[in-house]
Structure formats: structure tokens, C-alpha cells
Design a protein around this ligand. Structure first.
Ligand code: IVH
Length: 680
């Protein structure tokens, strides 16, 4: 019976202890191991049970209880905290050579030319933090401040779920200071900015500012509402206990003790491997869930770190290699409306030029009217421009306008096609406005011809956009077929076209006459028929005539073809105007031999998955891909256990390593050429 108060309290205390342990363990599984055992709802249920017990028996409350993550009463001021071990900054390297200089400096100082082991880790773009644990319990959290003393933000850090309030496992020193970065993952940033906009508040400029602002709250209950995370990257002061003698091993201990560490962290030997890591991480960067502004390289051995020591306020044994910034602020000068190949009207932002993502950007796509509304855009606004990887620059958000917003002109959509004046039509399911002029519209004609001449289509070398614009504007060509009847005198009359280049252009137009069925199908510009679908249609039907006869059902049998694509193909090939263009192409001598349809004979590499890497000398990788696909292979960009074979050209790198580690077949270029010659 548990009706005596003490017994009830004892039972509650035992249960509360068990709940705390379970909650801490689940937190550890979620953040450190990335392997949760229970659902979020089940976690919340355990947490609520603990909250109830602590509410009923206030004596059970403790600072390290998972219930404390909701925040506590506001402070009037942050106290100052001295850092026993200063929190230093890092020297920067801005290119590969500066990274190589870094290794040379280390080798000179150590008087040893042997290759060093470096730990490479993403440089998270957030706020540095110091967390102090006594006997495994979090007792203090502090900002970096000036490196020697910071602000006490213990109440705020306690609200961050990935910061253990109590350490897991064993072996941690009785006094342990862990350092790391507090940051806002992109999704969390978008969510709090959407909320700010909805409330009419000013949005944050970037995730770093938002993380800093969230930590600077005197009321930790506000911090608790921000989805912050903390990733550990080093130790500060420690007392007692035995610690590993390398950085990597220390990070593995931190993971075992319940900290989130970065899974992209890697130990490599020699600086060239560091350069390679930069390339690999740069490729992953646009897809990461959080912002990074570079890579930190650290000498792995603590013995060597000690021997190298510090210079000014940075360690000699570490360096940060910066990435180009992905976001910058600039001003929206105007919005213009472009008409695309299929008549879609796309608003394009004209911007005050700004350097972002490694290039100068003066235009950004705005997609459609909904996007403009979502952004709440006005001409004259200060905007954040984002260019991540090779993605087309975008306007990420509007900052509070420097001018009085009421005076800023809104963006007015055209009511007729800005090029040909035809009526506009809005498709119901998409927010896209389209010009109904078809090939009457000069903009659509130009875009259709540009597409026809492009690299993956007929690949007409030297026929650039500017030339096509002039040819259409002067009425020298109306359709793609007219390209093949152009005369040298007509071309020579164009701006910046000497007779030599006119002759060269005519030669490449002539050369493009010998082409392939997949290229023609792609070049015709049938809506939703991209390069891959064109190839699949070509191998399935074998000829344009057979494709033109196909009904919906036959088309749906082609992989990748759904009802939308099928409808566009049928519509296109039943339009007399399009049939006339195809006939004129043939009359003008354009030839695309029929192919053997897939069902009449299985292609030799059907069902296989190939990857090309490194540099090929006899052809480009794109041409290699085309040849493999013509033999029925699927060509992908990354090696996996499903890969049938890797073609490794010169200076093949990580893909070759991966193929070897997965036991995937590898052939060199010479073997590849033999295979192609033998027809697979
Ligand atoms: S190590 C003495 N590792 O970058 C070495 N710093 O100027 C101290 N940062 O504000 C830092 N990710 O907060 C280290 N993986 C990482 C990091 C990292 C981000 C921040 C750090 C500091 C700045 C260095």
C-alpha cells in the first residue's frame, strides 16, 4: 500500500528517476546515435508523466531534469563567465594553395616531412558555446564573448534538446567542458521566419543571426520555442579522468556521452586528401539541412597539437577553409517578364549586382505570381539573394525595406503577352500564366529554335542565343527547318558576324543534319519530354512514324511516361503545323536513322547500371553516357552496391575508391572503347 505520504513520495522519486533515465537515453539515441527507439509521441508521453510527478512533488524537481527544457523565469541580465581555457578563433585559407602552405608550415615547425593526419569537419555557421559538466551534470553554458569571458546562458542552453543535461555512459572526467556550435537548421529557420512574417515582425536575415538572437533572450521560455541544435567540436578545460590522445577519438567519446557530433567528420592523411574533402563537401553543401560556411581542418594528434601551439589568438594546428557565401543582400531594381518556349511567363528580378555563391548575380528567377506574393515583394526592396551550388539564383526573402514600404510600387503582372500581345491563360492546377500565341509569338519561336540548337538537342556549334534573336527579328527564319536553308550572305549581314564565322556556322548547321532519333525527339520541344524521356521513347518505338501512330495506351507502356506526357506527345504529333516542320526538316536533308525498337531485341546492356568518372580522352563523359544509354545501360552519377561497372578515366578519385570498396567492376578507358566498338 502506498497511502502513507513517505511511501508515495519514495515511489514517485523512484519512478521519476527511472523516467529521467529513460528520457535521457532516448534523447541520446535520437541525437547522438540518430537511431530513435520510440516515436516523438511516446517521448512526449513519458515527459508528461515526469512533469506530473514533479508538479505533484516539487521536491523531485532538479535542474538536470528533461522537463527543464521548456525554459524558466526571465533574467534581468546575463552574468559574465570567465573561460579557464580561452575560446580561440581560427586562421583562414581561401584557396587550395593556402591550404598546402598550412601543411608546409606545420611540417617545417615539426621538422618532419611525413604526411600528417587531419580531421576534416564542416564549419557550422552558428554561435560558439561552452558547456560545463560537473560529475556528468550540466552546470553552466556560456557564450564565447571576447574569447576570455562570455555570458552565462545556462538557462537558455538547457532548453536545447541535443544538449545532454546529464551525460550518458561512463569514463567522462569529473570536470568536463565541451565546446561546440549552436545553430538553427534551415527548416527551423524557415519556420520561425514564416511565423515572424505572419505576426508582422521583422524576419531574421540568416540562420546564424536567428540562432544568436534566440540565445540572447533573457527569457529562456522564448529560446525553448526555437528549434536550435548543438553540435560538439572540441573540449575546453577538463579535470581528472583519462582522455584519448587524438581529436577524432575524443569526438567519439563525446558522442558516447550523449553529444551530437557531425557525421561528415572524417580523418584523412595528407593535405591533398583535405583538398579532396573540400570538393566533396562543396558538392553536398546545397543539400545539407543546415548552413556551413567552410571546413575546419585539425591536426588529429594532441601531442602534435601541443608541439605546434598557438599564434596570436588562433591555434597553429587548425585552419578554416572558407566557402563562398551563399547569400548576400542587395536591392530589387525591377521585375521583367520573360516568355519561355512553352509560352510560360516567368517574372525575373533585376538586381543591383552582388557577389554571391562565387559569382556576380544581377538577375534572379521569381518563378510565378504566387512566389512574388509569398515573398511580399516590392520594387526597391532590400532582398536576400541565395545561390547555392549551381542552382539558379533566387530571392530567399525580403528584408525590411529601407524606404517606407507603403511608397514602394507593387509588382504588376501583364494582362497580355509582353512580346506578341496575345491573350494570357492560366492553367488551373499551376500558378503559371501562359501566352496563347504559340509560334506566332516571336519569344516562343526564338526559345523553340534555341532549344532545337542546344547541346543535348541538335548541338549546332556557334549558333548562340544572340544570333537566333537576330535571325528571328530580321524575319530570316520562322521555324527550325529554315535554319537549314540559310545562306552565307544572310548570316554575314548580322551584327558581329564576319564572313569566316558565317561560313563556320553554316558548316556546323550542315554537320547537324546527321543526327539521331533521341536528339530529334528532344529537339522538337514537346512539353515534358526531356532528354531521358526522349531516349526512352526513341528506343521503345524506333521511329518517329511509329511514335506518331501511338495511342495513349501504347505510350503509357513506356517507362517514365504518364498520362500528362502521353497527352502532350499525342497533341504535338497531331498538330499539322508540327508535322509540316518535321517534313521540312526531312526535305532540308536532316536525317535521323530509325532505331531497333526495344521489344524487337533486348539491348546488350539492358538492366545494367554504369557510372563514368575521371577524364576520358577519346570523348567527353557526356558522349560516353550517350553511347552507354544507346546500348541500354542506365547511367548514374554515384557508385552504389547496385552499380554494374565503373568506367574510370584519368585522375578518377573518390568514386573509384568507393567502387573498389564495394567490389564493383572497374574498367579503364581503353577497355571501355573496346566494349563500345564491339557493340556491348
Ligand atoms: S574549432 C581553436 N570546429 O568557427 C579551435 N570551430 O573561428 C576552435 N566553428 O567561432 C574552433 N564549426 O564556433 C571548430 N567544427 C568546428 C567548427 C568551429 C564552426 C566556429 C567556432 C568559432 C569559429 C572559428
Amino acid at each position: 500500500m502506498s497511502d502513507t505520504p513517505n511511501l508515495a513520495f519514495d515511489e514517485a522519486a523512484t519512478e521519476a528517476d527511472a523516467l529521467r533515465e529513460q528520457l535521457n537515453k532516448h534523447n541520446y539515441r535520437y541525437y547522438s546515435l540518430d537511431d530513435p527507439q520510440i516515436s516523438d509521441a511516446q517521448y512526449d508521453q513519458l515527459l508528461r508523466r515526469l512533469e506530473n510527478l514533479e508538479e505533484r512533488y516539487p521536491l523531485l524537481q532538479s535542474a538536470d531534469s528533461p522537463t527543464q527544457r521548456v525554459g524558466s523565469a526571465p533574467l534581468s541580465v546575463f552574468e559574465s563567465v570567465a573561460h579557464k581555457v580561452p575560446m580561440l578563433s581560427l586562421a583562414n585559407a581561401f584557396d587550395d594553395d593556402e591550404l598546402r602552405d598550412f601543411e608546409r608550415r606545420l611540417q617545417t615547425r615539426l621538422d618532419d616531412d611525413s604526411a600528417l593526419t587531419f580531421v576534416c569537419e564542416p564549419k557550422l555557421d552558428g554561435v560558439a558555446v561552452s558547456l560545463l559538466y560537473r560529475d556528468g551534470v550540466l552546470v553552466q553554458g556560456a557564450t564565447r564573448g571576447d574569447g576570455f569571458s562570455g555570458e552565462n546562458i545556462t538557462a537558455n542552453v538547457r532548453t536545447i534538446a541535443s544538449i545532454p543535461l546529464k551525460l550518458q555512459g561512463q569514463g567522462f572526467p569529473p570536470v568536463l567542458e565541451v565546446r561546440g556550435e549552436i545553430y538553427l537548421p534551415r527548416a527551423g529557420f524557415d519556420a520561425i521566419n514564416a511565423e515572424a512574417l505572419a505576426k508582422g515582425d521583422k524576419p531574421f536575415v540568416n540562420p546564424r543571426n536567428a540562432a544568436a538572437g534566440s540565445l540572447r533572450q533573457l527569457d529562456s521560455r522564448i529560446t525553448a520555442t526555437r528549434p536550435l541544435e548543438m553540435c560538439a567540436y572540441s573540449l575546453g578545460q577538463t579535470e581528472g579522468g583519462a582522455l584519448p590522445d587524438t581529436h577524432l577519438a575524443t569526438m567519439l567519446c563525446l558522442k558516447e556521452w550523449g553529444f551530437l557530433t557531425n557525421i561528415l567528420m572524417e580523418a584523412v592523411v595528407g593535405i591533398e586528401a583535405c583538398v579532396d574533402y573540400y570538393q566533396r563537401l562543396a558538392a553536398l553543401r546545397p543539400g545539407l539541412a543546415y548552413d556551413i560556411d567552410g571546413i575546419v581542418y585539425k591536426v588529429d594528434s594532441f601531442r602534435l597539437q601541443e608541439a605546434l601551439g598557438f599564434v596570436a589568438r588562433a591555434p597553429r594546428w587548425a585552419i578554416a577553409r572558407k566557402f563562398p557565401a551563399e547569400e548576400a543582400t542587395t536591392r530589387l531594381l525591377d521585375v521583367e517578364f520573360q516568355v519561355g518556349r512553352t509560352g510560360a511567363i516567368t517574372p525575373v528580378a533585376r538586381l543591383e549586382p552582388v557577389f554571391v555563391g562565387g559569382v556576380t548575380v544581377s538577375n534572379a528567377t521569381l518563378h510565378n505570381e504566387d512566389e512574388i506574393k509569398r515573398l511580399g515583394l516590392h520594387i526597391g526592396d532590400r532582398v536576400v539573394v541565395r545561390r547555392a551550388g549551381d542552382v539558379i539564383p533566387q530571392i530567399a526573402r525580403v528584408l525590411e525595406s529601407e524606404l517606407d514600404r507603403v511608397d514602394l510600387p507593387g509588382i504588376v503582372f501583364p494582362t497580355a503577352c509582353p512580346v506578341c500581345g496575345s491573350a494570357l491563360q492560366r492553367s488551373d492546377e499551376q500558378a503559371v500564366l501562359r501566352c496563347t500565341g504559340g509560334l506566332v509569338c516571336a519569344a516562343q519561336r526564338k526559345e523553340a529554335i534555341k532549344h532545337f540548337a542546344s547541346r543535348k538537342a541538335l548541338d549546332i556549334d556557334g549558333l548562340g542565343d544572340k544570333i537566333i534573336d537576330q535571325l528571328v527579328d530580321k524575319g530570316l527564319i520562322h521555324t527550325v527547318a529554315d535554319l537549314f536553308t540559310l545562306q552565307v550572305e544572310q548570316l554575314a549581314g548580322l551584327e558581329r558576324m564576319a564572313s569566316k564565322s558565317a561560313a563556320n556556322l553554316l558548316a556546323s548547321i550542315a554537320a547537324a543534319r546527321q543526327t539521331t532519333l533521341p536528339r530529334v525527339l528532344y529537339a522538337l520541344g514537346i512539353r515534358e519530354v526531356g532528354e531521358t524521356t526522349a531516349k526512352l521513347l526513341a528506343t521503345h518505338f524506333g521511329s518517329l512514324e511509329k511514335l506518331a501512330e501511338a495511342d495513349t495506351e501504347t505510350l503509357l507502356a513506356v517507362p517514365d511516361v504518364g498520362p500528362v506526357v502521353a497527352a502532350f506527345v499525342i497533341q504535338f504529333l497531331n498538330n499539322p503545323h508540327h508535322l509540316a516542320i518535321i517534313a521540312s526538316l526531312r526535305e532540308a536533308g536532316v536525317e535521323w536513322p530509325d532505331m531497333q525498337p526495344a521489344d524487337e531485341g533486348v539491348l546488350p546492356l539492358a538492366g545494367q547500371v554504369w557510372v563514368l568518372t575521371g577524364t576520358l580522352t577519346a570523348m567527353s563523359r557526356g558522349q560516353g553516357k550517350e553511347q552507354l544509354e544507346a546500348l541500354g545501360a542506365k547511367v548514374t552519377s554515384s557508385v552504389s552496391a547496385k552499380t554494374t561497372c565503373l568506367v574510370a578515366g584519368e585522375s578518377a578519385g573518390s568514386k573509384l575508391d568507393k567502387a573498389r570498396s564495394l567490389d564493383v567492376a572497374v574498367i579503364d578507358e581503353a577497355q571501355f572503347l573496346v566494349l563500345l566498338e564491339s557493340g556491348g
